[in-house]
Design a protein around this ligand. Sequence first.
Ligand SMILES: Nc1ncnc2c1ncn2[C@@H]1O[C@H](COP(=O)(O)OP(=O)(O)OP(=O)(O)O)[C@@H](O)[C@H]1O
Ligand SMILES: [Mg+2]
Length: 197
Amino acid sequence: MFVSFEGPDWSGKSTQAARLVEWLRGEGREVVATREPGGTPLGEAVRDLVLHGVEMSPWAEAALFATARAEHVAALIQPALARGAWVVCDRYVDSSLVYQGIGRELGVDAVLGLNATVTEGLLPDLTFVLLLDAEAAAARSGAELDRIERADEPFRRRVADGYGTLAARFPGRVVALDASRTPDELEEQVREHVRRS
Ligand SMILES: Nc1ncnc2c1ncn2[C@@H]1O[C@H](COP(=O)(O)OP(=O)(O)OP(=O)(O)O)[C@@H](O)[C@H]1O
Ligand SMILES: [Mg+2]
């Protein structure tokens, strides 16, 4: 079972991913907890480049995320799923659809095409999207911003709105949650959907 968490910066993805992992492990399941960009040595190197490196063109950015994702799927996610483990991933392909496809205006279909190729079509079984408007997200932000978090206000708004349209586009896989609820309420909603899946 492959579960991903999505949403704009500071929407609570890491909080909910960690809570789900803890719960599943408590139930005795093998769980691989991972994140994007990252998850492998190559992925972590790419993470450093895209989040803390130099400015780059939109397709260069999309291609770097796809590079990290290709390695992540081949080296970690696919082998884990093949042996029956659960994979809980903090961001996956939907982040590229929204940040590069909508935020950088490359087009969702074009970015999906690239990612479908490099992941051999691997999509999560279940994706939780934490929806939070740009203002509420900014109110939670920390002091140190990475390169993408420093993006301009119209970009951030496109990302926040883009996640809303994603849930409508992939209704079977994507579950939209109101990220302004408390962490405990969200955790219970996540468990409920996982129990039913
Ligand atoms: N449901 C919630 N309500 C209010 N605050 C929350 C909630 N969930 C998380 N937070 C707080 O918001 C901040 C961001 O949470 P978290 O790191 O889980 O978000 P994230 O989506 O993983 O962020 P990033 O995109 O930076 O990785 C943290 O300070 C966290 O404690
Ligand atoms: Mg996080």
